[in-house]
Write a protein that binds this ligand. Structure first.
Ligand code: ADP
Ligand code: MG
Length: 677
């Protein structure tokens, strides 16, 4: 029997090429991957409540008898409604259905059902709209709810998963060895897969979840620990000498204490003759990580080795190239840029010079990990905003050298507990001090009636020679963007105080050449306003931009707002961030007010975690957390357990080559490639 990971989804009934495409958007191309597409949540009808105990905060399940079915009435074209009144013998509830003729035919007077939905309470009147209805004898009382995309429905996924489950072979190879299952009291993979999709009861669901969380975190930890040892077996390139002071004299400013400290920590790692440097540099946006990276490169180049700097986007790579070219202008250091969009002939020329040792600092996007890229003496690998890279990509770059030193830069302040999970035991340098003369970005929260005044304020600043960002109210996910609303947003600005400003648009679906040209216009002052989706979030540096206006601010997490805000306040002029939100929710307003109170990224990250809860923190890739299928913050206990388990496994079997670890080895590879999106 071929592996389920080799069987395409189109082999299932009801899935043609079109539908398969939708599934693939959700991450499932094969039957095996479909089984790993776990439910987002469940409709739990296993413990129905009394009507009067119904909680209006979330959906709940009520068991009740139909007392009366009122005939449907048409309330407008294409909309009929019918009502039920139901009772649990104690209280009464009204239920509305819209356009659900089949329900009308199905529900009988006197019949008893489970109704699952949101209960609204108005004085002593209870009401539920369009609930899920299930017979009281129904087997599956906990129903999976999957993430959806496009026209795909939950039912279609349920059907596909049921077929996939039927294809599970009698004996599944379990990646977790028996001794681990025994030691941690975990259920088998077969039980886990069946019950994570269609739980027999809530106990079975817990068991299934516990096991899958354990496996996921264990594989993650094993992967991270193994990455640390990739190419780590050889000896470090020991630098004979540090060149910090010589480097600092090249800078047009004097470094902050934090920058000096970070540089000397890195240089110490590279000169002490111990294992290669393996360090994380964490610093808020604008804290000056680039200068630290440049200092470390300088020492390496002076010791006659090559450096590589990998950035997640072309814009960022180009910016690093510009910054470093500026700093090293008169030093004879040879710096080049390599990105995917360059012409083949340009690339070939660079490959050759790099292999010949004619380039000292190679800056680029993931184009750097192409097979064709060879270094002659790579001794330092720097990845910027590294969480945008998969573990495998980082490892691929590292493997181009012989145990190079590694510096990972992250602009996302992460609470310590989480750092453990993402970075394992990298050594940590923190830039906790901003360059001098930086003013605190003044942050205001307004509602839309005040927008016109705010735009007038933008106009005034533009007249004074400054530039502004507007983050426009656009949903942009990996591949859908509502361009019309972007354009109509810009159109609408023509009827505001900004009517005569030069406005550019930047969004994630533009070709990189288009993006570059818009960015170039903005950074050279040929545009007054850059209207953008969140693509500007990553590292853009235009010091003359002093105002950022963020529409629908409530849609963003605090950490993400903080990242966005970091685009202004980069020069010496007073900068402003204007959050526009019409949210009526007290908690949302509270959350946004945190932004007005502090500029400290670590404080904001803590608040974000506290206010939004761990689920969201994990849900957002912005935080650099690996995409997890099942685990979340409430699984911290398992995290510690799995970390210990991973260390023990690797101590016994560093290459995961023992027969009982084969499955884990395969899972490590799979997950690393899955994470390297
Ligand atoms: P980030 O940490 O976000 O990558 P950058 O390295 O881009 O920050 O630095 C932000 C800006 O601050 C740049 O314009 C840089 O030249 C400037 N800068 C960095 N360090 C200092 C310093 N010590 N004094 C003054 N300006 C500095
Ligand atoms: Mg940066």
């Amino acid at each position: 029997m071929p592996s389920l990971f080799k069987i395409p989804l189109t082999s299932l009934d009801g899935i043609g090429p079109k539908k398969a495409q939708l599934f693939s958007k959700l991450g499932a191309e094969s039957v095996g991957e479909l089984l790993m597409m776990y439910p987002r949540t469940y409709e739990d009808m296993s413990e129905p409540r009394r009507i009067r105990e119904a909680d209006s905060a979330g959906p709940c399940c009520v068991r009740a008898v139909v007392e009366h079915v009122y005939p449907p009435s048409r309330i407008r074209k294409n909309m009929t409604i019918f009502k039920l009144s139901v009772t649990d013998g104690e209280s009464r509830m009204n239920i509305n259905f819209f356009n659900q003729q089949y329900m009308y035919e199905k529900l009988q007077n006197g019949g008893e059902y489970l109704f699952y939905g949101y209960v609204k309470k108005n004085y002593s009147l209870y009401e539920m709209s369009a609930p899920v209805v299930v017979g009281v004898d129904e087997e599956n009382k906990i129903r999976p709810v999957y993430s959806l995309t496009g026209s795909l429905t939950n039912n279609q996924i349920v059907k596909a998963v049921k077929q996939a489950l039927a294809m599970l072979p009698e004996h599944i190879n379990d990646p977790l060895p028996q001794y681990i299952l025994d030691e941690y009291g975990l259920c088998t993979l077969d039980f886990a897969i069946r019950n994570i999709h269609f739980p027999k009861d809530s106990e079975a669901l817990l068991k299934a979840r516990k096991r899958l969380v354990f496996e996921e975190l264990l594989v993650l930890q094993l992967g991270m620990l193994r990455i640390k040892t990739v190419g780590r077996k050889g000896r470090a390139h020991t630098m004979q000498k540090g060149y910090a002071d010589e480097f600092f004299s090249l800078l047009p400013f004097s470094p902050t204490g934090a920058q000096r400290r970070a540089v000397s920590e890195c240089i110490n790692d590279m000169t002490n003759g111990n294992a290669p440097m393996n360090r994380l540099l964490q610093g808020d946006v604008g804290s000056g990580k680039t200068a630290v990276a440049a200092a470390v490169c300088y020492t390496v180049v002076k010791n006659k080795y090559q450096c590589a700097i990998m950035a997640p986007t072309e814009i960022l790579a180009a910016q690093h190239y510009d910054s470093l070219s500026g700093i090293f202008r008169n030093t004879g250091i040879r710096i080049e840029l390599l990105t995917g969009s360059m012409r083949a002939s340009q690339k070939n020329h660079i490959y050759k010079r790099l292999a010949d040792g004619d380039i000292d600092i190679m800056i680029g996007t993931h184009a750097l990990i192409s097979d064709k890229v060879e270094f002659s003496s790579l001794a330092l690998v720097i990845t910027d905003e590294q969480h945008r890279f998969g573990v495998a990509q980082r490892a691929a770059l590292v493997s181009k050298g012989d145990s190079p030193h590694i510096l990972v830069m992250s602009a996302t302040p992460i609470p310590r507990t989480l750092a453990l999970m993402i970075y394992g035991d990298l050594d940590l340098s923190v830039l906790d001090e901003m360059p001098p003369g930086r003013q605190k970005t003044e942050t205001l929260l307004i509602d839309s009636p005040k927008r016109t005044r705010a735009l007038g304020f933008l106009r005034k600043n533009i007249r004074e020679g400054h530039q502004c960002y507007i983050v426009c109210p656009l949903v942009e996910d990996s591949d859908t963007i509502d361009l019309q609303s972007a354009e109509s947003y810009i159109e609408s600005l023509k009827h505001t105080p900004l009517s005569d400003c030069r406005i550019g648009l930047l969004h994630g679906r533009m070709k990189s050449a288009e993006k570059d040209s818009v960015m170039d216009d903005f950074s050279h002052g040929r545009l007054d306003i850059l209207v953008s989706t969140t693509v500007i979030e990553v590292g853009v540096n235009v010091p003359n931009a002093t105002i950022m206006l963020i529409e629908n601010a409530e849609r963003f997490g605090l950490s993400q707002l903080h990242q966005l805000r970091g685009r202004v306040g980069r020069g010496s002029a007073q900068s402003y961030c204007i959050l526009v939100s019409d949210s009526k929710s007290e908690s949302t307003i509270q959350r946004l007010k945190v932004m007005c109170e502090t500029n400290d990224g670590f404080k904001i990250a803590d608040e974000d975690l506290r206010l939004r809860g761990p689920g969201d923190f994990f849900g957002s890739r912005q935080h650099g957390l690996p995409e997890l299928r099942v685990a979340n913050m409430s699984d911290m206990l398992s995290l510690e357990q799995t970390q210990r388990a991973a260390l023990r496994i690797l101590a016994r079997d560093p290459d995961l080559s023992l027969p009982e670890h084969r499955g884990l080895y395969t899972e490590c590879l799979r997950s690393q490639f899955a994470h390297s999106s």
